[in-house]
Design a protein. Structure first.
Length: 326
C-alpha cells in the first residue's frame, strides 16, 4: 500500500526519474535497503552516472559501501545525512572507489561530527587514510578563521580496520563477511598478494543477505560468499563501450598500454554471462548490476546486458541507475 501511494505521488507531482526509481525498487523488507548511489564503472568521469558508491541502510544504521567521487552529494540526493554514516567498507583502493572518502572525512571534521567513523578495507587502507588526514590538517588548524578556535585534530575522527580473505565481524546489527576476489591476479602467497587485495562483502541483516562483489573477475570464492543470498549486487563491464570511451579520452595511448588494459578488462571484470553464471552457481534470489563500465546505457544496451545475464541465470535482473534502492 505504501509503495503504491509513493508511486502515485511521484507521478502526480511530476517527480524526477530518480524518485520514481526509488519508489519502484522500494524493498518489501523495510528493515534494510541497498542504495546504488553511484553506478559508473571505471575511472573516466561520466556526466550522467556518479562514481562507484553505495549506501546500506539497516534499520536506523547507515553505512557506505565504497566511496567514489561525489558520494557526499549522492548521499544528500538520497536524503541520507552524512553525520549518520557509522562505517565505510572499501572493496579495494582504486581511486574510482575511494575518491570521495576524503570529502566524507573532511566535511565531518569541518562540521564537528562527534561520532568516530570506522573504515574497513584491504591492506593499504590505513596508509591511504593517514594521507587523507594529513591533507586535512591545514584547514583544521585554521578552522573558521576565528583566533584560537581550530577544528578538532582530524586524526581523532576515524579508525581503520584492515581486513582480508575470510574476515567476519559483527558490525551494528549485522554480520559482515569478506572474501578475496580476482580483480588482481598476483600469485597467491606472493609479497604483492599480501600487500594488495580486492574484496567482496556479504552483509547479513536481520531480514536478508546482500552480497556486493566490488570489482572482480570470475571467482569461486565470491560464488561461495554469495551462496543463497537474497541480492547479488554485481559489477559488470561492457568492454566494447569501455574501449570506445578510452579511445575518445586517450587517443594516443601506446599499443602496449592498450593491450594491458584489455587484459585487465577481460580477466579482472565480469561480462554479462559471467554475472549470470556467478548468480546461478550461487543460487541467489535476484541480481542487481552496477559499475556499468562504458558509461550511460541506451535502452537497447540495457536490454542486451539483461539478455546476457539471463543467458545463464533465470532469476530477476535489474540494471541499476544512480539512486536506485533495493
Amino acid at each position: 500500500m505504501r509503495l503504491a501511494i509513493i508511486a502515485s505521488l511521484a507521478l502526480a507531482l511530476g517527480a524526477p526519474g530518480e524518485f520514481a526509481r526509488l519508489a519502484a525498487h522500494e524493498p518489501a523488507n523495510n528493515g534494510s535497503r541497498f542504495i546504488t548511489l553511484g553506478t559508473m564503472g571505471g575511472p573516466v568521469g561520466d556526466g550522467r552516472r556518479s562514481q562507484p558508491a553505495n549506501a546500506l541502510v539497516d534499520g536506523k544504521d547507515l553505512y557506505l559501501v565504497d566511496a567514489g567521487d561525489g558520494v557526499v552529494q549522492q548521499l544528500a540526493k538520497a536524503g541520507l545525512a552524512l553525520p549518520n554514516v557509522m562505517a565505510v567498507f572499501l572493496s579495494h583502493l582504486h581511486a574510482d572507489h575511494t575518491g570521495g572518502l576524503s570529502a566524507v572525512l573532511a566535511l565531518r571534521n569541518q562540521t564537528m561530527v562527534a561520532q568516530k567513523l570506522t573504515v574497513y578495507g584491504p591492506p593499504g587502507t590505513r596508509e591511504m587514510v593517514e594521507g587523507m588526514i594529513s591533507s586535512m590538517r591545514p584547514a583544521a588548524r585554521a578552522g573558521y578563521g576565528i583566533p584560537g578556535k581550530p577544528w578538532p585534530d582530524p586524526a581523532g575522527i576515524v579508525s581503520v580496520v584492515e581486513v582480508g580473505d575470510g574476515f567476519t565481524a559483527s558490525v551494528g546489527n549485522m554480520v559482515v563477511r569478506a572474501a578475496q576476489n580476482t580483480h588482481y591476479d598476483f600469485a597467491p602467497g606472493s609479497e604483492e598478494d599480501k600487500a594488495f587485495k580486492s574484496l567482496s562483502f556479504r552483509f547479513e541483516t536481520a531480514g536478508r543477505a546482500i552480497v556486493y562483489t566490488g570489482d572482480t573477475g570470475p571467482s569461486d570464492a565470491v560464488e561461495k560468499l554469495a551462496a543463497g543470498a537474497d541480492i547479488l549486487v554485481s559489477e559488470m563491464i561492457d568492454i566494447d563501450s569501455t574501449m570506445a570511451t578510452v579511445a575518445r579520452n586517450s587517443p594516443n595511448m601506446p599499443e602496449k598500454a592498450k593491450a594491458d588494459l584489455v587484459r585487465h578488462l577481460t580477466t579482472h571484470h565480469l561480462a554479462p554471462p559471467d554475472v549470470g553464471k556467478m548468480a546461478r552457481h550461487a543460487g541467489v534470489k535476484a541480481v542487481v548490476v552496477t559499475h556499468f563500465a562504458g558509461g550511460s546505457a541506451s535502452a537497447a544496451q540495457v536490454e542486451g546486458v539483461k539478455a546476457g545475464v539471463h543467458a545463464e541465470y533465470p532469476g530477476p535482473v535489474t540494471i541499476a541507475n544512480d539512486l536506485d534502492s533495493f
